[in-house]
Ligand binder design. Structure first.
Ligand SMILES: Nc1ncnc2c1ncn2[C@@H]1O[C@H](COP(=O)(O)OP(=O)(O)OP(=O)(O)O)[C@@H](O)[C@H]1O
Ligand SMILES: N[C@@H](CCO)C(=O)O
Length: 287
């Protein structure tokens, strides 16, 4: 296995009703580079720089899993906010597995994450639908209109996926399951045409309200995004970021309205507009 330098995009999962299934890659990037070293060394830059990578950290476990030892150096630089719903763990897992030269970084990352859609979107780019069956993963790329744009509200509050999953109900009603099924199926076939997107397609009754117990401001953020003229709004992954969907013609107007709403609410959270990343994981250099 030769060491590499790679770039991986972040991702926004669920998109409302598509829990653990639908995701879009977003152009916030993580780069990872591996090099020969006598003992484990990690340099973290950007969004991950406050992390301490010791024995039980995801990155160290991954290195041991891939190499069988930890005599390696890593340089990781990320624009993806941690534990905020833009797939930082999927991106770092994929990026490190690929930088270490593993021939199947997708398979490694799918084994490490408890759900497949962030990993699939970061690997392929664009839109994906993904599941892990008892026979293995089934991943399909879905058409995404090149005019689609995302306006994300970025709270400073972290909510790890692990903590957000502990808030999920143990059972759901038949009605709620059908509510999400219908919307997820219609959303998957409508993402290819922005003119087909309507707010109802991004509605969810399985996870968002349960998770709002940990981040009640999410209700206000989703309402704000819809009032600003978005074609739909949802939590991004396990939060706390909320995402509004719009098109290239509306994105500037929506962005400005969301910023104004942020200022007048006093919440002061960051707002960013993003296109969909189409490249997925790319190799920048090889040794
Ligand atoms: N760049 C990074 N450097 C070091 N550790 C990272 C980095 N990115 C992610 N991690 C690890 O992944 C954890 C965050 O993963 P988690 O699944 O909770 O959130 P997320 O992937 O950002 O959000 P979501 O899964 O909702 O999209 C961090 O607490 C950290 O342990
Ligand atoms: N589908 C996962 C996404 C986490 O990014 C969840 O909502 O827990």
């Amino acid at each position: 296995m030769g060491f590499k330098s790679v770039r991986v995009p972040g991702s926004s999962a669920n998109l409302g009703p598509g829990f653990d299934t639908l995701a879009l890659a977003v152009p916030l990037f993580l780069t990872a580079k591996a090099y020969q070293a006598d003992s484990f060394e990690v340099e973290l830059h950007g969004e991950g720089s406050s992390e301490t990578v010791v024995g039980n950290h995801l990155i160290h476990q991954l290195v041991i899993e891939v190499l069988g030892h930890d005599r390696v150096g890593l340089i990781i630089d990320s624009e993806i906010p941690l534990a905020r719903g833009l797939g930082s763990s999927a991106a770092v897992t994929l990026g490190v597995a690929a930088a270490l030269g593993h021939p199947d970084p997708l398979g490694v990352a799918l084994d490490f994450e408890s759900h497949p859609e962030n990993v699939a979107a970061s690997y392929y780019g664009g839109g994906v639908a993904a599941l892990v069956a008892s026979s293995g993963p089934v991943i399909r790329r879905i058409a995404v209109d090149p005019l689609l744009r995302l306006v994300v509200i970025i709270p400073p509050d972290r909510l790890t996926t692990e903590a957000a999953r502990r808030l999920l109900p143990k059972t759901v009603s038949f009605g709620d399951a059908v509510f999400n099924l219908s919307r997820a199926a219609l959303l998957a076939v409508s993402l290819g045409h922005v003119e087909d997107l309507v707010p109802e397609l991004f509605e969810d009754q399985l996870h968002q309200e349960a998770r709002a117990a940990a981040f009640p401001e999410s209700r206000q953020l989703l309402a704000m995004l819809l009032e600003a003229g978005c074609l739909g709004a949802s939590w991004s992954g396990a939060g706390t970021i909320c995402v509004g969907f719009t098109d290239v013609d509306g994105v500037e107007r929506v962005h400005q309205r969301v910023e104004e709403a942020m200022d007048s609410s006093g919440l002061g959270y960051g707002v960013r507009s993003l296109a969909v990343d189409l490249e997925g994981l790319i190799t920048l250099g090889e040794k």
